[in-house]
Design a protein around this ligand. Structure first.
Ligand code: K1U
Ligand code: ZN
Length: 160
């Protein structure tokens, strides 16, 4: 089950327009949540992405993965281990904004510059249900905002 590459929904498909539902407390630590997060990681890596959200693999639940690494557009991006976030919420967002290039596994062949908060504080749960508060800056903060937009039915192209 670990190496499953899931199909990725493309712009125009209804699942990408929905507001995803929260993972319930009884689902924390469950086999399906472990298997889904593992398959999301495999799918993201297969497509060389730096993030992915569950609705992109046809699961309308509030789960995202963030995996910053240096890349041609962001050579100074931190190389972070993947973080799986369940029910993520942005607690605070800086008034300082920055423009940066984005792409999307669900919008093939399109890139664009999007204005995002430079710094955010996020609260989320691990797959085991541990509550975490974490601060993100720059490119990782951009990925988190892009992925949480997916949970709210928003694609980056709507900002262009
Ligand atoms: O959610 C997704 O569709 C994945 C997306 C995440 C993302 C990339 C860039 C900015 C914000 C969020 C991707 O991984 S697109 C492919 C990619 O690695 C990339 C694209 C543009 C700039 C930098 C990286
Ligand atoms: Zn995307």
């Amino acid at each position: 089950m670990e190496d499953v590459v899931l199909p990725v929904a493309q712009k125009g498909e209804e699942v990408l327009n929905l507001v995803a539902t929260k993972v319930s407390p009884r689902e924390f630590g469950s086999l399906w949540l472990h298997q889904l997060s593992q398959a999301m990681q495999t799918t993201m890596k297969y497509h060389h992405g730096v993030g992915i959200a569950a609705p992109q693999v046809y699961v309308s639940k509030r789960i995202i993965i963030v995996a910053s690494r240096p890349n041609p557009r962001y050579p100074d991006a931190p190389d972070m281990p993947e973080i799986v976030m369940v029910n993520p919420e942005i607690l605070t967002a800086s008034s300082e904004k920055c423009l940066g290039e984005e792409g999307c596994l669900s919008v093939k062949g399109e890139r664009g510059r999007v204005l995002r908060a430079q710094k955010i504080v996020v609260e989320y749960y691990t797959v085991m249900g541990e509550r975490i508060q974490q601060t993100f800056f720059g490119f990782p903060a951009r990925i988190v905002q892009h992925e949480i937009d997916h949970l709210n039915g928003i694609l980056f192209v709507s900002y262009l």
